[in-house]
Design a protein around this ligand. Structure first.
Ligand code: AGV
Ligand code: CA
Length: 312
């Protein structure tokens, strides 16, 4: 039987590639998509999502819901612009029309609707902030029973996260920092959580050899799509900066299709909901259990996503 999955993403390059790859996984049934304007602007991210479903969804009928959520700490504007670039790619605009349906509900309500009407449990894949899940739990606590587990790209237990902002101490990861209280709400639930934190995503930076590999195979339309998308963001060359791109969300999504790519261990963690460390996730005996991904097979990961992307 196919695994049923709901994706909530925030329109970055790796978010949109995550959607593309989920659509290629044969044993996955994508039950719906929510888009939250965190690391993106909402309109181009929703359009790009619908166009990716049309172009690469093999006729699957999947609704896209726009979020009405707003975060506490906004993402840098430069990063949020990426959704405009993906949305404008000629390959997504060749047909001149959009068929994939825009849901009537806001993303958190759409999530509730899809979970309630499902006969089986659904795996939630969140590759942006947790706001829509927190809001869904607040209006419909009954949905917890319908959630198989949550696979979330967010958080870190490293000394330094990837937030470099005034009035913050740098200990948080961005998806947690955007809405720290939403992390707390989800942590307070009894949903099982797989955590793909910076410890593992740091092992899969975007590098020139990865780009070159995709360039060499650009005749394949799916691999060209990967190459075009990852041409928009800065790779790791001489040293890591705050803008260096990693395959954060794509690693997260890849663990759905191929769990053997990573190693997990249970740890207990708390989150700091406010103050100078807001969004910091921390190991603590008083915390809630999460299945923490601490290692990834880098080569197998890049082979897996490249093979998945191939259309011929
Ligand atoms: O913290 C990682 C999350 C992922 O969900 N996002 C990007 C991924 O989609 C925020 C982010 C951190 N550093 C970034 C980010 C950067 N240099 N560029 C764009 N987004
Ligand atoms: Ca993201």
């Amino acid at each position: 039987m196919k695994k049923k999955v709901y994706l909530n993403h925030d329109g970055g390059v790796d978010d949109l590639i995550s959607l593309f790859l989920l659509l290629q996984m044969e044993d996955i049934n994508l039950a719906g998509v929510g888009v939250i304007p965190a690391d993106c602007y909402l309109e181009p991210a929703v359009y790009a999502s619908r166009k990716i479903i049309d172009r690469f969804g093999k006729g699957q009928n999947i609704e896209v819901a726009a979020s009405t959520s707003r975060g506490k700490n906004p993402f840098p504007k430069d990063w949020r612009m990426h959704a405009f670039f993906v949305d404008a790619l000629p390959i997504l605009n060749e047909s001149g029309k959009i068929e994939a349906k825009l849901a009537e509900e806001a993303a958190h309500e759409h999530l509730v609707k899809v979970l309630r009407k499902s006969d089986e449990k659904i795996t939630l894949v969140f590759v942006g902030p947790l706001t829509d899940l927190a809001r869904a739990l607040e209006i419909a606590p009954d949905i917890e029973q319908k959630i198989e587990k949550l696979i979330w790209m967010g958080g870190t237990f490293l000394e330094n996260g990837n937030v470099e902002e005034p009035e913050h101490d740098g200990t948080a990861e961005w998806n947690a920092f955007w809405d720290p209280e939403a992390v707390k709400t989800v942590w307070d639930s009894s949903i099982e959580i797989d955590l793909i934190a910076l410890e593992s995503t740091n092992m899969v930076p975007l590098t020139i050899d990865v780009r070159d590999r995709w360039a060499a195979e650009r005749r394949d339309i799916g691999i060209d799509f990967l190459g075009q998308c990852y041409a928009m963001v800065p790779p790791l060359v001489h040293f890591q900066t705050n803008s260096t791109y990693f395959l954060w969300d794509v690693l997260t999504t890849a663990t759905v299709g191929k769990p053997e790519l990573v190693k997990k261990q249970e740890v207990k963690s708390i989150v700091h909901p406010n103050g100078a460390s807001q969004g910091k996730t921390e190991i603590s005996e008083s915390g809630r259990p999460v299945q923490f991904v601490y290692e990834v097979n880098r080569d197998d990961f890049f082979d897996y996503i490249t093979n998945l992307a191939r259309q011929e």
